[in-house]
Design a protein around this ligand. Structure first.
Ligand code: 5RP
Length: 229
């Protein structure tokens, strides 16, 4: 009798990172997200780097990793569009709406995603949810507006806390702060994203509904499952 050990979360991330290579268009510039799953993709991309022109990156961390592996990084202003953007998620629902920003890179992620014709989400199956909102929602804010925005979330039942790093407010790549908001009910992700985007001082809300995934490569015990939306 043979027994198989279930794949670890890290191994599932590696699988989907490698599977994402099939969406990279030879000769082009690829959009690259941020996070531990994307790091697996970047590592896989390094093996085929001669077949692409380079990448547009969504964070300082991804830029450093790409450059260290010899992949050219272009500024987002140097491209008018990208065929594909590859990124992870903190949550993804059955329609491809996502919560992102666990790695504090949500603003640049949304910008690079907006440049791309196709968003390929890579995630292990722990990220698949029926409805968004279990993961505390990251919201990048202008520091002087943080308490005001926290009160507005409280008025809708949410509990916002300022993300800290080493005991101090975390400062994003854009010089701003992050609120993580618990206990939200996000029943209509498109309307929710539109509403929060209107609040003064909000830089980016971590709901990706207007820029939802086109495809999700989901790492499961049975292998990589491709879900299209
Ligand atoms: C970073 C993100 C990441 O995509 C998200 O946090 C998932 O990260 P990981 O792949 O490490 O689980 O939105 O801002």
């Amino acid at each position: 009798m043979t027994t198989t050990t279930p794949l670890t979360q890290d191994e599932l991330k590696t699988l989907v990172g490698q599977a994402a290579l099939q969406y990279v268009v030879p000769g082009e510039i690829v959009g690259v997200g941020t996070g531990s799953t994307v790091n697996k993709f970047i590592d896989a991309l390094a093996g085929t780097k001669d077949q692409i022109k380079g990448a547009v990156s969504s964070s300082v961390a991804s830029t450093e990793r790409l450059k260290a592996l010899g992949i050219a990084v272009f500024d987002a202003n140097e491209v008018s569009s990208l065929s594909v953007y590859i990124d992870g998620a903190d949550e993804i629902d059955g329609q491809g709406h996502m919560v992102k920003g666990g790695g504090a890179a949500l603003t640049r992620e949304k910008i690079v995603a907006a440049l791309a014709e196709r968003f390929v989400c890579i995630a292990d199956e722990s990220k698949l949810v029926k409805a968004l909102g279990q993961f505390p929602l990251p919201v990048e804010v202008i520091p002087m507006a943080a308490n005001h925005i926290a009160r507005r979330f409280a008025a809708m039942g949410g509990q916002a806390s300022l993300r800290l790093k080493d005991g101090q407010p975390l400062v994003t790549d854009n010089g701003q702060h992050i609120l993580d908001v618990k206990d939200l009910s996000i029943t209509d992700p498109l309307a929710f994203e539109s509403e929060i985007n209107q609040w003064p001082g909000v830089v980016t809300v971590g709901v990706f509904a207007h820029q939802k995934a086109s495809v999700c490569l989901l790492g499961t015990a049975q292998g990589v499952k491709t879900i299209t939306y």
